[in-house]
Design a protein. Sequence first.
Length: 285
Amino acid sequence: MTEHGLELVTRDHKQTDTVIAVSPSVAIGNRDVCIIAGPCAVESESQIVELAHVLRAAGATILRGGAFKPRTSPYTFPGLGTKGLTSLRRAGDETGLPVVTEVMDVGSVEEVEEHADILQIGSRNMQNYPLLRRVGQCVKPVLLKRGIAATLWEWLSSAEYIANGGNLEIILCERGIRGFDPATRNLFDVTAVPAVKRLTHLPVIADPSHGTGDRTLVPPMALAAVAAGADAVMVEVHTHPDNALSDGPQSIEPAVFEELVKRLRLVASAVGRSVLQATKPVHSP
Ligand code: PEP
Ligand code: MN
């Protein structure tokens, strides 16, 4: 046991990097950097299916989209729930892209695990211990976001809860912490990427969309995250960001995403890596 009381998630326990197979053709944590993209929320089946095809063609390797949305205000769009899950699954199946979506409570874990390839625990739930224990029993990988005021050890302690339940397939996601300056939604902690990698063998990814809250800052911070060693970047993309039902200000348009992927390839190769490309055939609708 380390000084922080952790075992399974530390480099003391395991020195080699953990590689997590998300699907037969997609893994996170090896030399290839994954690109996770999609809307903040699934807004309709046609929206997510059409966008998934565009994103795949532009270079995305995993599709994201929230069905159960943790919203700061109870009066804003809470997500489509079950319908959002089935639509996301359909978009994933049509494009061959694995899908990640958030699970907010213990009672929804079974349903989300049935439809998703990766279960996301959002920043607000990073210390929801019953939820962490429950996803620890899942057979699918878990994407664990850093809480808005969590230290690296607190974040790793939450990962340890999941690992302790038997699920060692945990992907850590830096998504910005609460700073003092309202100029950006959050303070995107790029340092956390190599700093937490020094402590853990788990893959570490970065979400510059929530990290900055500003679509003009998403491309430079996505590039910075890959330069810093992130195993994947997760970005919010929307066809019409100004009309998005959630997180429009931080959503980039597909054309910006396409350009970003090209630049991510350059940065990845500059740091001795490459960007994973989707290989599974696309099934037509
Ligand atoms: C999200 O990714 O949709 C999300 C709500 O993120 P976070 O938990 O980081 O706010
Ligand atoms: Mn969002």
